[in-house]
Ligand binder design. Structure first.
Ligand SMILES: Nc1nc2c(ncn2[C@@H]2O[C@H](COP(=O)(O)OP(=O)(O)OP(=O)(O)O)[C@@H](O)[C@H]2O)c(=O)[nH]1
Length: 381
């Protein structure tokens, strides 16, 4: 216990951002270059299957996964507290904990949950808000709540810079500055960010140095008191549509006001048997009506390894997970998230991806590998 008291409180950094903005990518980039810090990770996914956890598991000093709903509305707030306390155990030797919110979580509610954890071994360490440079402008038009999320960020990460030209990037930077004039905005590709900006308080520069400054707890609580009205005012100025105070009720799960995720549904499916790569590619390239985001880890006919697949805002990407040992039977996990999604149809579509036993399609896998992010190592190269 005394060891606990002797240690400085471990910062808990919340990473939020709309569906597919690049939160998991950023997390993995951080885990890949932690500048010597040991990181614990809590991953929350909206779907019943936590694909994000599958994609980060094994890389951090400790990963805890919360699936099937947004943590910000968890009636089991103690669950988060217990998880954080567990990670803060001196035996784990962690220097910082990163909580990846689901793509439609309400960051303010999540922050309040972190702040409410009565364990002196941890402290709230700031909100990193990730934007997809290519989608941010439209996403904000469609979901004005995002303005309120951006407004309370300590660091805004404008990711996917590779997908946009200078004018679009400037527009997104302007939007970020307009909504949050004090938080530094950094532009990234593949979520590559200097980890010291997030969890090296000792050497953290001041905002004028163009690197992020995190809110102190006092600042956060003050922001909590006045922030609801301010952010509502900002949003109604900008958008007419009021976001109300997402957390006026303060206790999510007990009568919360409108949350971004109220409009979204997710369909999670586990499919047994290898999938037909060509049909999967078609589904990713032309997602079902209402679907904004598809992600999953899959086993495919004609491939001796597991792939992660993503579709977001019209972009498709596939990645090799590095897992080669195929379980028997192979099970692929897919999550579809959107508004007005026909769940029955989506389940049928996903179930229909299983490859026919006699499938003979030597080049089908190329439909998947063509979406690899790097110059591909195609089978015939
Ligand atoms: N072109 C491009 N793609 C990116 C970049 N960063 C991430 N992606 C891709 O965007 C997709 C979504 O990335 P994720 O990191 O899973 O996004 P997320 O915010 O965790 O998604 P959700 O948890 O579903 O909200 C993946 O296919 C990533 O490989 C980037 O900088 N450029």
């Amino acid at each position: 216990m005394s060891r606990r008291r002797d240690r400085p409180a471990i910062p808990v950094i919340v990473v939020a951002g709309f569906l597919g903005a690049g939160k998991t990518t950023l997390l993995n980039a951080l885990l890949g270059n932690t500048v010597g810090a040991r990181l614990g990770v809590i991953v929350n996914d909206f779907g019943a299957i936590n694909v994000d956890a599958l994609l980060v598991a094994g890389q951090s000093a400790g990963t805890i996964s919360f699936g099937n709903g947004c943590l910000c509305c968890s009636v089991d707030a103690d669950g988060l507290g217990d998880a954080l306390s567990g990670l803060a155990d001196p035996a784990a030797g962690l220097d910082a904990i990163v909580v990846e919110a689901s793509g439609i979580a309400e960051p303010r509610a999540l922050i309040k949950m972190v702040v409410a954890v009565a364990d002196p071994a941890i402290r709230y360490g700031g909100l990193v808000y990730v934007l997809d440079a290519a989608a941010a402008t439209l996403t904000r038009q469609l979901h004005p709540e995002i303005g309120g999320h951006l407004a309370i960020a300590d660091l805004v990460v404008i990711n996917k810079a590779d997908l946009v030209d200078g004018d679009v990037l400037s527009g997104v930077l302007d939007m970020a500055r307009e909504l949050n004039p004090t938080a530094p905005a950094v532009v990234t590709t593949e979520g590559h960010i200097d980890a010291r900006a997030l969890f090296d308080p000792g050497s953290r520069p001041q905002p004028s140095d163009d690197l992020p400054r995190q809110l102190t707890l006092d600042e956060l609580l003050r922001a909590e008191e006045s922030g609801a009205e301010e952010s509502d005012a900002e949003e109604s100025d900008a958008e007419e549509e009021s976001d109300a105070d997402e957390h006026a009720a303060g206790e999510c799960g007990t009568g919360h006001a409108r949350h971004l995720h109220d409009a979204f549904t997710s369909v999670s499916v586990q499919v047994e048997g290898v999938l037909d790569p060509r049909r999967l590619a078609e589904l990713l390239e032309r997602p079902p009506v209402g679907c904004y985001r598809i992600k999953g880890v899959v086993w495919l006919a004609g491939a001796g390894e597991q792939f992660a697949v993503h579709a977001v805002g019209g972009f498709v990407r596939t990645e090799r997970t590095g897992v080669r040992r195929m379980p028997r039977p192979p099970v692929s996990s897919l999550v579809v998230i959107g508004t007005g999604v026909d769940e029955v149809q989506v389940r049928a579509d996903l179930g229909g991806l299983v490859a026919a036993p006699d499938l003979d399609d030597e080049f089908g896998i190329l439909r998947i590998t063509r979406h690899l992010p790097v110059p591909s190592q195609l089978p015939n190269d």
